[in-house]
Design a protein around this ligand. Structure first.
Ligand code: NCD
Length: 300
C-alpha cells in the first residue's frame, strides 16, 4: 500500500499536517513561492466535468513551477483499446510522474489508482465519497474569519447525502472542534449522520440566528434517480432567500463550494450579502492546493 503518500481523504492527514497546510497556504498568499515543484510532472485526470477544481489544480501546479499535463477520458487509450486502468497507471508510473490528480464518479477510484502508482495521488472528488482539498479550502476560509473553529456553529444545508464536499468537511470540522448542524430533509440528511459534534436540524429557520457559518450545497441531481421532495417544497424550506437572509446575524458568513444554483439553494440577494465568501473560497483554493502539493512532494 502506498496510499499514505497520497491525499485521498482528510484521514490521511495528521492534525499537525492540517496546521502545516494552513500555515503554508498563508505563507504562499503573502509571498509568491519559488518554483518548489520544478522538474516534477503533475498529471490531472478528470473523468467528471469540472471548472473550479480543475483550473485551481492547474494554477497551483503551474505557480509551483511543475510540468503539467491534462488528460481527459477521451485521451485515455485504456478506455478504447482494452487496457486495464491498472496497466495505464503502471505506464504513467514508468514515466516518472510525480503527482496524479484524479476525479472520478466512482467512490474509491483514486485509492485504487494510488495502489498501482509510485508517486502521489490527490483525490479531486470521487463519487459521493470525498473531496479533501475542497474541505481544506473551506476550513481555511472559516479559520481566516474566526481564528479558531472551536464551538463555532457551522450549518451545512442541503443534499449532504450525495455531497463528497460535505463528507470531507464534516470530518474536518469535527477535528477542529466545531459544532456542525446538518440541515435538510430526511432524504438528504439521514439520522445516521448525527454523532460527536454533529446534530441534525430539519428546519433551516431554526438555525438562522445561531449559525456562524452557513454552507449551502447544490442538489446533486446526477447522483440519484428521482428528486425525493418536490422542487417547490425544497425551495420553500431550504432556499436562502431574502426573508431568511434578513434573519442571519451580521457576523455570519455564507459559503458554497460551487457550482451554485440561483433560485434553488440561494436567491440572488445572497450574492450581494456582505458575508458571502464564495470568491474567497475560490481564491484560497489555489493556495491550499499549492500547500498540499508542496507538503506531499517536499515534506514538512
Ligand atoms: C463540487 C464537486 O464537484 O464535488 N464542486 C467543487 O469541486 N467545487 C460540488 C458540486 O459538484 O456540487
Amino acid at each position: 500500500m502506498r496510499t499514505r503518500r497520497s491525499l485521498l481523504d482528510l484521514d490521511d492527514l495528521g492534525t499537525e499536517e492540517f496546521e502545516e497546510i494552513f500555515a503554508r497556504t498563508a505563507a504562499f498568499e503573502s509571498k509568491p513561492p519559488e518554483r518548489r515543484l520544478a522538474g516534477i510532472a503533475c498529471v490531472n485526470i478528470f473523468f467528471e466535468p469540472s471548472t473550479r477544481t480543475f483550473t485551481s489544480f492547474n494554477l497551483a501546479e503551474l505557480r509551483l513551477g511543475a510540468d503539467v499535463v491534462n488528460l481527459t477520458p477521451t485521451d485515455l487509450s485504456y478506455l478504447h483499446k482494452g487496457e486495464t486502468i491498472e496497466d495505464t497507471i503502471v505506464t504513467l508510473s514508468a514515466m516518472g510522474i510525480g503527482v496524479l490528480v484524479v476525479r472520478h464518479p466512482e467512490e474509491g477510484f483514486p485509492k485504487s489508482v494510488a495502489m498501482n502508482f509510485d508517486g502521489h495521488v490527490i483525490n479531486a472528488g470521487d463519487g459521493t465519497h470525498a473531496h479533501p482539498t475542497q474541505a481544506l479550502l473551506d476550513l481555511y476560509t472559516m479559520l481566516e474569519e474566526f481564528g479558531s473553529l472551536r464551538e463555532r456553529v457551522v450549518a451545512i444545508v442541503g443534499d449532504v447525502l450525495h455531497s463528497r464536499v460535505a463528507h470531507s468537511l464534516i470530518a474536518g470540522l469535527r477535528r477542529l472542534g466545531a459544532q456542525t448542524v446538518l440541515v435538510g430533509p430526511e432524504a438528504f440528511v439521514p439520522e445516521e449522520y448525527a454523532g460527536e459534534g454533529v446534530r441534525i436540524e430539519r428546519s433551516f429557520d431554526a438555525v438562522l440566528g445561531s449559525a456562524d457559518v452557513i454552507l449551502l450545497l447544490r442538489i446533486q441531481r446526477e447522483r440519484f434517480v428521482s428528486m425525493p421532495i418536490s422542487d417547490e417544497e425544497y425551495k420553500r424550506r431550504y432556499c436562502l432567500d431574502e426573508k431568511r437572509l434578513a434573519r442571519v446575524r451580521d457576523a455570519t458568513i455564507v459559503m458554497h463550494p460551487g457550482p451554485y444554483n440561483r433560485g434553488t439553494e440561494l436567491a440572488d440577494c445572497v450574492l450581494a450579502f456582505a458575508g458571502w465568501r464564495y470568491a474567497k473560497q475560490v481564491l484560497h483554493g489555489i493556495s491550499v492546493r499549492m500547500a498540499v502539493l508542496d507538503l506531499l512532494i517536499n515534506g514538512s
